[in-house]
Design a protein around this ligand. Structure first.
Ligand SMILES: Cc1cc2nc3c(=O)[nH]c(=O)nc-3n(C[C@H](O)[C@H](O)[C@H](O)COP(=O)(O)OP(=O)(O)OC[C@H]3O[C@@H](n4cnc5c(N)ncnc54)[C@H](O)[C@@H]3O)c2cc1C
Length: 306
């Protein structure tokens, strides 16, 4: 059944508090500024309307793509046939309970960092400057400087295969380097709690400030990108392999390997997903020819070719 003409679209349009957009360019929802149109993009107001969306799509056998802030996403130029459900900016709010911060999945990691600093709670410093949402951060097990979200996570609430909101303790969940079981795409995260350690606001602020400073020095933070393109291979660093392969400045169409950081591809203006994918392959080939290692991508690549 076509999602643009059949019952699911009409049913979605009836869910109260739901923003529904048709033929929505995904370039507007990714930090790369790249991506063809989604047939339908919906933005739920709260967990109740999200639950209705999930149940409605499940009844029509439609598997949506859940997205957060789109900062780790490359959407192909043909866009998404089906439904995208955007959580970032929708399921928001942060509660503070002793050493615990409870946050909506659509809240920005930056807001959680800000709140932690205000309360003098340590543990989120690694996330300072990571531009994603809480939900996206958990799915990707986002991390930096030796820290990662799984280290501070206490529980996650998600709408599961039974189409119910259920709380999962950290011990029930499986995380690895930039990996979580949520990457299968079947569950949508709605809320999460992190357990932090009391210290002073000035100490947390100082560490976060230093982390952001280091990023600004080493990363092309004002260019359009999706963060690091490649994961570290076991026992090595993607950055080392890329530096030694002299890939900086390589270009395909509007996509270029950042001259500032070899693991970032930047959109110079008008880059297509095809440009980025061709550049990724060229870099993978060069690194493999020199070191015999095929780098694996860290970014999530979704959607259809033109
Ligand atoms: C300049 C820059 C710097 C970056 N630095 C870092 C860094 O230091 N460390 C790091 O780890 N990453 C970094 N990133 C990448 C990115 O910010 C993180 O991976 C972030 O956690 C992604 O969050 P998001 O909300 O943007 O997720 P999205 O990109 O929207 O989605 C990522 C994945 O999560 C899924 N998803 C998102 N929200 C939900 C949800 N609520 N429920 C279920 N599935 C969901 C999506 O389907 C997708 O598979 C950087 C990116 C940029 C642009």
């Amino acid at each position: 059944m076509s999602v643009t003409t059949g019952n699911p679209y009409q049913q979605l349009a009836r869910i109260s508090g739901l923003e529904v957009r048709r033929d929505e360019p995904m370039a507007r929802h990714t930090s790369f500024g790249i991506g063809g149109p989604a047939d339908i993009l919906v933005i739920p107001q709260d967990t109740a309307s999200l639950l209705e969306v999930v149940r409605c799509l499940d009844a029509a056998d439609i598997k949506p793509l859940y997205i957060g802030n789109g900062t780790n996403l490359l959407i192909r130029d043909g866009g998404i046939r089906g439904v995208v459900v955007k959580i970032a900016g929708a399921l928001t709010g942060i509660e503070h309970n002793s050493n615990q911060l409870i946050s909506g999945a659509g809240e920005a990691l930056a807001a959680v960092c800000h709140h932690a600093a205000q309360q003098g709670l340590s543990g989120m410093e690694f996330a300072a400057g990571i531009p994603g949402s809480v939900g996206g951060g958990i799915v990707m097990n986002a991390g930096a400087n030796g820290g990662e979200i799984a280290q501070v996570l206490e529980w996650v609430e998600a709408i599961n295969a039974g189409k119910e909101v259920k709380r999962y303790q950290r011990s029930e969940l499986d995380f690895g380097y930039r990996r979580s079981q949520f990457q299968a795409g079947r569950w949508v995260i709605t809320r999460a709690a992190v357990a932090l350690t009391p210290t002073t606001p000035s100490r947390v602020r100082q560490l976060m400030y230093e982390a952001v400073e280091r990023r600004c020095q080493s990363q092309p933070v004002s260019d359009q990108s999706a963060g690091c393109i490649f994961k570290h291979p076991p026992g090595d660093y993607a950055g080392r392999l890329l530096e030694e392969t002299n890939t900086k400045g390589m270009q395909v169409g509007g996509a270029m390997i950042s001259p500032k950081h070899a693991n970032f591809i930047i959109n110079m203006g008008g880059a297509t997903a095809a440009d980025v994918l061709a550049l990724i392959r060229q870099v993978q080939d060069k690194v493999e020819a020199k070191f015999g290692i095929r780098l694996d991508t860290e970014i999530c690549i979704r959607g259809e070719d033109m």
